[in-house]
Design a protein around this ligand. Structure first.
Ligand code: C5P
Length: 225
């Protein structure tokens, strides 16, 4: 069902996951936020004191823990992340995890492991999958591919508001700098750098509500049938 699936890639805080979750609900497809998987690896590394660039140690660590992404429409993110059966979803969006994640995500062995798990999920049925390399690497045969962008200021505003809702007050300039740095790391790494697939439709969501982006995607999908 790779072909029936929808790949959504894009920059940090471009609205990927909000839109992917809503689109999946409307289409009754599975929904997978692959960023949560990379965040779970970073979180485990921080918790276990494993060096963020020690690939062998990270893979050994992964062999000792289970990471389960459990769909849960009522949860804010639309899923729960269970690490060894404990719900860690909230913790994954803390700034320390965000600062660590691009380092572990640059390691080829870590990516190989997570991509295999992501493809296995897509085998279970049509899925709306959000990430950085979904259209290019994970589901290259997906019929529908979208690439989301928005201005850096708008993305920083969105992310700052999300932090604020969770009781974390981070200065705008700091949020903006963190986003820019993660974009830089994700788009310049050697393995599966963030880029739009050649056959992806790019959508600039700077001045759009999530619902408008979803409607635009559904229109494009209708037209491609
Ligand atoms: O989407 P989110 O911001 O939660 O992703 C966190 C990080 O995980 C990204 O900055 C990137 O380093 C990594 N990632 C990735 N490939 C994906 C999804 C996320 O490298 N498919």
């Amino acid at each position: 069902s790779q072909r029936e699936s929808v790949a959504i890639d894009g920059w940090v805080a471009s609205g990927k996951t909000t839109v992917a979750k809503q689109l999946a609900a409307e289409l009754r497809f599975l929904y997978l936020d692959t960023g949560a998987m990379y965040r779970a690896v970073a979180y485990l590394a921080l918790r276990n004191g494993v060096d963020l660039d020690n690939e062998a140690a990270l893979l050994a660590m992964l062999a000792h823990h289970t990471i389960a992404i459990v769909p849960e429409p009522e949860a804010t993110a639309g899923y729960r992340v269970l690490i060894d059966r404990f719900d860690t979803a909230e913790r994954l969006f803390d700034p320390d995890v965000a600062a660590a994640v691009s380092t572990v995500a640059a390691l080829p062995g870590v990516r190989r492991e997570l991509v295999a798990r992501q493809r296995a999920i897509a085998e279970q049925g049509p899925v709306v999958m959000a990430g950085r390399d979904i259209g290019t690497v994970v589901l290259p045969d997906a019929r529908h591919k979208f690439f989301l962008t928005a201005s850096i200021d708008e993305r920083a505003r969105r992310r700052q508001a999300e932090f604020h809702e969770r009781g974390l007050d981070v200065a705008f300039d700091e949020v903006r700098a963190q986003i820019a740095e993660r974009d830089r790391l994700d788009s310049t790494r050697a393995v599966s750098p963030l880029r739009a697939a050649d056959d992806a439709i790019t959508i600039d969501s700077t001045e759009m509500e999530p619902g408008q982006v979803v409607a635009l995607m559904r229109n494009a999908m209708e037209r491609a049938r």
